[in-house]
Design a protein around this ligand. Structure first.
Ligand code: SF4
Length: 206
């Protein structure tokens, strides 16, 4: 199959999946969230970045990685020289899980059952895209990709294997950088994350 045709086929499959996921009721998280936030990116992506779940802004806009952590992530990818056309970003869990507190919606961690239920979609995304590498951004993503809980801080920078056999580079979620109160520590954490992204770039073959 010619490259263009192959890419169009992948893009059409991802569009169909996105449409199906919009009506997903595989777990209860669809009940309170605004909408399913499916993955986005190039149909010829060589790297799939996997976060935890959509945040408040992503839930409202219906797009992944558009909040403050997403903007920081974009900037670091650019610095690392990663071509955004070769990337696909998604989350382990595709509905926003939160606790209402007054008018605010406070992020709540997805549980093992929710991660397992939503793994079905991640599998479809990886199977269609067949990237050179998937990047687990934090513990929930690592758990979803690898199929078991792993100590992210201990394994950061190492490569495991997804349930589909895709190499999985393990690192932290970019939102963790925003939560560091001390400026020097935050700067150091950003440098470490940027170094991780440079290693990811080397794993991209295409
Ligand atoms: S979180 Fe995932 S599995 Fe649960 S309803 Fe949403 S799309 Fe479906």
């Amino acid at each position: 199959m010619a490259v263009d045709t192959a890419e169009k086929t992948v893009a059409a499959s991802l569009d169909a999946l996105r449409e199906d996921a919009a009506g997903c009721t595989r777990c209860d998280l669809y009940r309170n969230a605004t909408q399913t936030v499916f993955g986005e990116g190039g149909s010829n992506a060589r790297v799939v970045f996997v976060g935890e779940q959509p945040g408040d802004k992503e839930d409202i806009e219906g797009r992944p990685f558009v909040g403050p952590a997403g903007r920081l992530f974009d900037a670091i990818l650019e610095e690392a020289g990663i071509d955004r056309k070769k990337t696909y970003v998604t989350n382990a869990v595709k509905h926003f899980k939160f606790e209402p507190r007054g008018k605010r919606r406070i992020h709540s961690k997805p549980n093992a059952g929710e991660i397992r239920a939503c793994r079905w979609w991640l599998d479809q995304e990886l199977t269609q895209i067949q990237p050179d590498v998937a990047v687990a951004l934090g513990a929930t993503a690592a758990r979803a990709l690898i199929g078991k809980a792993v100590p992210v801080m201990k394994l950061r920078g190492t490569v495991a294997e997804s349930l589909e056999g895709v190499p999985v580079f393990i690192t932290v979620h970019p939102s963790s950088l925003l939560r560091i109160p001390d400026e020097m520590d935050r700067h150091r954490a950003r440098e470490l994350f940027a170094a991780d992204m440079r290693r990811v770039k080397k794993m991209m073959r295409g």
